[in-house]
Write a protein that binds this ligand. Sequence first.
Ligand code: SF4
Length: 414
Amino acid sequence: MPPPKPRVGELLAKKAGRKLGVPVVAAHRAVLSQPMDWKNLPKVLFPNNPKAQEILGKDMMSRAACFWATNCIRGCSIRANFQSTTVLLPPALATGNLDIITDAMVREVVLDDSGKATGVHYIDKVTRRDAIAKARVVILAASTCETSRILLNSKSRDKAGLANSSGQVGLNLMDSVGTRLGAHIPAMEDLPPMNEDGAGGLHTYVPWWLVNEHAKLGFARGYHIEMGGGRQMPEVKNFGYLDSTSPGVYGRKLKEEARRYYGAQFGFSGRGEMLPNKDCYSELDPNVVDQWGIPVLRFHWKWSDHEIKQAEHMQQSFAAMIEGMGGKAKPLSGADAIQRPGEIIHEVGTARMGYKAAESVANQYCQTWDVKNLFLMDGSVLPSNPDKNPTLTILALAWRSSEWLMEEMKRGNI
Ligand code: SF4
């Protein structure tokens, strides 16, 4: 689909990037910029399945294109942006084959005597009663850390912890490397009033551009840059900037200053690849349980030199971009700038996929090596954390694994 149009700050960033050799390109978002091709797409996606074509065609027809003016983070009532609650679940419910049990806190996967998964044991959060959901196949997609927590809290035949013969459950925990830097850009002062809300986030983006220069950089892999600023729907916190531009003003002057400076802030944030290391992992806390009596995880974390250097490089790049846009930047050191682990909410790892059962928890189809009818379809299986936001990769892997699972079920292997 066509990407959303760049806004004032993004055009300025593009200009600055051109001089610095930093490519600022259009960001294609998971937001409909035009109506969906509901007549043809379902046939392409489900060529031999008329029922799926019909359900999906109707569903796609009812999704509208974005009107670029509301806060996507709160959910999209016209279903222009992608959310599982509005885009994936309605057609799945329309098949008549889906039951959703809400307010269910899963404690563990239940096995039969042969070691096969037979369902999950959960607590109904409303009645606080224990219950079992029976299943021919169990797919955990509880989010990275919760999936490994369920595995560690489950019991395999001879020991605590399920699908963990490799000892890898809980290890290789990663988040994205993140830092940010913003500044006042005088060229963006006094812009005419306009709505720059757009598609709830960036319309332009910088993919990693120094892929051939690692020898000089001192760290492996790379990062992408996201950016934002301008005249978007104000929030109370946005007005703090007047303390620095116009301290002490009030009355008419305050209004004039607000009109002059509002929207003249622009910032960059980086999302970088972290490599797994032995110091970053989770394990069951032996002393703490949650309100349901289920042991919680405790986390261990230490950024390696590699991530600290990457964060420092991000700060230098952001500062160069800000200066190129006419602002004044104060870059921080990598150690001071790097955001806390978990803050970017891209946590992945802890049950990695791999080629060998001895070194990984699941195979390339997200099937656990130890329990053939137990699958992990979330970020837990990612063996590394590329700089890209992980959601689309998780969806793609889940889709591929689900198709393989269906075939295996038809073949009678599962
Ligand atoms: S701006 Fe966001 S919430 Fe508003 S219509 Fe577009 S996608 Fe939906």
